[in-house]
Design a protein. Structure first.
Length: 82
């Protein structure tokens, strides 16, 4: 598959065919990151969440959930290695 660069105002754009958008689950208006690797342009979907942002919201002093204690106390039932 080929894509043609087109002039759009003061910018140059590449049009992605509907089949490519469908395969990647993308739609118009989504934000993507763009980098270059040698002579290649690499586009990647922006993650909605970043691990660092999610960890920053955690209360590190909060007590662990109750079910975690049950998990820690569980005895092996098969070939698990401790």
């Amino acid at each position: 598959m080929q894509a043609t660069l087109r002039k759009y105002g003061n910018s140059t754009v590449v049009v992605l065919p509907p089949s490519v958008l469908k395969d990647l689950g993308l739609s118009a208006g989504e934000t993507m990151s763009m980098t270059t690797e040698g002579k290649k342009i690499v586009l990647a979907r922006q993650c909605k969440y970043r691990l660092a942002d999610m960890i920053a919201q955690c209360d590190l002093n909060a007590p662990p959930p109750e079910d975690l204690a049950l998990w820690d106390a569980t005895k092996p039932v098969g070939q698990e290695v401790w």
